[in-house]
Design a protein around this ligand. Structure first.
Ligand SMILES: Nc1ncnc2c1ncn2[C@@H]1O[C@H](COP(=O)(O)OP(=O)(O)OP(=O)(O)O)[C@@H](O)[C@H]1O
Ligand SMILES: [Mg+2]
Length: 353
């Protein structure tokens, strides 16, 4: 099997994609770690495969693991394996992905939220090419090319202390950043046709009659937040829902949930009509001073200025009560400086002295 044959499913002619593919070809032959960054659905997994099949390790194993779907313990044992009896239920020795990928490539997907322990162990494997199985003391050597992917901005996470900066340095020998679909609109129609033909084949349709002008305009105008995965879904849905295969597809169903009968659901954010009492009930926390103090039916005519002043006074009194009349704390919680709060209290004659 040639490497090219493996990847004839990578569609796109935009300059942005061609530049990425050029970058991939350059870095693929090196055994160094590569980081692939991109929004969801931009093709990170396809690019990871391409890196492997264009590398000198192409005939060795390509092992993948999604790090976000496992608890810390399971992830540790999936990555590094475990000895028999390492923990309750650990029957027999289990080979981890690092061992299985020996000589080949290990693709770690969605790496951003791994724990400190996992990050520390990863750092050691990268640095020394060795690790211990969970529950074991024997050091295992491994020769693995690491490719990692994330859809978050890892340097920002590192700055915030949520990702080890030293691990990031090691993983990011080179970084491939995938452009979102909205930045490579020339790829939309070739991809749409590719997915449509694939779906027509699956449905055993005799032909695929293309897209109407209006459908093309709709596809080109949309911003594709879910990128190529979303495009694939939309196209496949539109192909199978098309009643007349002799006619080009004119109905693009972007949102399968769209319906006049769609049920409404309680939204998490507090509605402006909720009273503080209701807020306490739902969220089991003190009424936030920034929420409306109370809502009552409006009566006109009213003096807006006076109503606002009254609202401010009520709010200040409730906030002071809430923080046991500690003015420093109250100011802090209202986003004011201590002196600003004192100024407002003075204006309303609310100061004790
Ligand atoms: N250039 C492309 N040509 C053809 N299909 C593509 C291309 N890029 C992505 N796809 C397809 O789009 C889908 C999403 O790609 P992939 O799983 O690689 O994205 P991802 O970036 O890993 O997404 P996530 O962050 O959600 O895991 C897959 O079905 C993949 O085959
Ligand atoms: Mg993925």
């Amino acid at each position: 099997m040639t490497t090219k044959f493996k990847q004839d499913n990578l569609i796109g002619q935009s300059n942005a994609l061609l530049e990425v593919l050029e970058h991939v070809s350059q870095v693929a032959p090196l055994a160094k770690p590569v980081l692939i960054i991109g929004e969801r659905g931009t093709g990170k997994e396809l690019i990871a495969e391409r890196l492997h099949y264009l590398s000198k390790r192409w005939d060795q194993s390509f092992i993948k693991l999604n790090c976000s779907s496992l608890s810390e313990n399971l992830l540790e044992s999936e990555l590094f394996g475990h000895e028999s009896g390492a923990f309750t239920g650990a029957k027999g020795r289990h080979e981890g992905r690092f061992e299985r990928a020996d000589g080949g490539t290990l693709f770690l997907d969605e790496l951003a939220n791994t724990s400190g322990l996992i990050q520390e162990k990863l750092l050691r494997v990268i640095e020394y090419g060795e690790f211990e199985r969970v529950g074991g003391s024997k050091t295992v050597q491994t020769d693995v090319r690491l490719i990692c992917a994330a859809n978050e901005d890892l340097p920002t996470l590192a700055e915030q202390g949520e990702f080890r900066a030293d691990l990031l340095d090691r993983l990011a020998f080179d970084v491939i950043t995938l452009p979102p679909l909205r930045c490579r609109s020339e790829d939309i129609m070739p991809l749409a046709e590719y997915f449509a033909i694939g779906m027509a084949r699956q449905l055993q349709l005799e032909l695929f009659s293309g897209f109407s002008k209006q459908a093309i305009a709709q596809l080109m105008d949309y911003h594709w937040p879910g990128n190529i995965r979303e495009l694939k879904n939309v196209i496949e849905r539109s192909v199978y829902r098309n009643d007349d295969i002799q006619q080009p597809i004119s109905q693009i169903i972007l949102d399968p949930f769209a319906s006049p009968y769609r049920p409404t659901t309680r939204i998490k954010t507090l509605s402006r009509q909720q009273t503080p009492a209701a807020m306490n009930e739902t969220h089991n926390e003190p009424a936030a001073a920034t929420q409306p103090v109370e809502s009552k039916a409006l009566e006109f005519p009213m003096d807006l200025k006076q109503q606002c002043e009254q609202f401010e006074i009520d709010l200040l009194q409730k906030a002071l009560e809430n923080f046991q009349f500690n003015q420093k704390k109250t100011a802090e919680q209202l986003g004011l400086s201590y002196h600003q709060l004192r100024g407002i209290l003075k204006k309303y004659n609310l100061l004790d002295k």
